[in-house]
Design a protein. Sequence first.
Length: 316
Amino acid sequence: MANGISSLYKVNYKFHKKTKITVKNNNYNKFNYKLGFGCSALGGKIDEIKSIKLLNYVYKKKIRYFDLAPSYGDGKCHRIFGKFLKSIKRNKVFVATKIGEIENKNITKYRKFFPNIKILKKILKYFFPNLSTIKKISYSEDIVKNTMPSYLKDLNTSYIDCIFLHNIERIDEIKRFLNSLIIEKKRGRIKHIGISLNLKNKISKDILKKFDFIQLENSINSKNFTLFKNKYPNIKSKFVFYGINAALNGNDKIIEKFKNKSGLKNHRLLNLLNNIKDEKKSTTLINSSKHHRIDEMILLIRLIRKNKSLLKIFNE
């Protein structure tokens, strides 16, 4: 049994002595705490066959939120997900993707000659420090209008549940992209509009409240959600958190105290618990191609549903 799962059973013993919980019993349709699946590995870290098998595994685990981007998997992510989408009912999943970055084809075409992508990145970074495997796109009047048909075709769908503005830093471009996406929303090709927020951007509250979803890096160390709430009080958008893989600062006394009290040693689980504590209606993205990582996140949420004591530890 994986270390993460083992530690969860210690938590189960501590807080839920009368409740026997196993990973196999997946009756969690009524979860208030949502998990989403980050699809960055599709077509890149794992090939198409493994990618579709992974998506089916995630779907069987009742995870229904999928986070995509046209730059993921060397540009293969959308097409792979589109093949998966053919096998299920469209209205059973929430498909979120992004606009603002695409794959850099001048670089990704050489990736097939390098089975170890980490080595390739180091080589490229050394010789070409300004080179990137992704390319930012600038706003133009027809950029959204011309992009949507390819998104819908690759994803094998007539609509997208949410499109996030992805790493767009200039405020004037954020405004223009937002206006174009609002037009697409009225046409019915997208249902919601979101933004991956960088807190360094000085976006006004009036602009930010027009977004239905806000994607934000959040972890115990970063405390970005707390910073966001202080900067933008009373924003009613729904939140999607990432950064669950962020390593924890072992010298932090609060973290060490929490580790000892909860029995959780896995930083992914600690960060997930932190996200749920910060915003109970949030969605937290799992970015992993490993099945046991998905299982341990699901098990933790089941434990929280049985008893909220885990969430109270943060406030002690």
